[in-house]
Unconditional design. Sequence first.
Length: 83
Amino acid sequence: MNTTLNIRIDSRVKEQATKILNDLGMKASTAISLFFRQIILHGGIPFDIKLLNKATIQAIEELESGKGKSFNNAKDLLRDLKG
């Protein structure tokens, strides 16, 4: 059974959140339903959903293009970071 939920929210908050949800391919009603289900499952506010930041996206694109660095193990990565 479905129900209707009426909420009041700042229009700027709704606009910004709706844009992010659209980028995630999700409607606001789906996100709210998901949020409520997770609250029930975890007995509280359990998670943080967000888009990848620009630096992470750039790093992924570099790796996919073959221009980024990759390492066989953490020791090699740490050695490279130290310069």
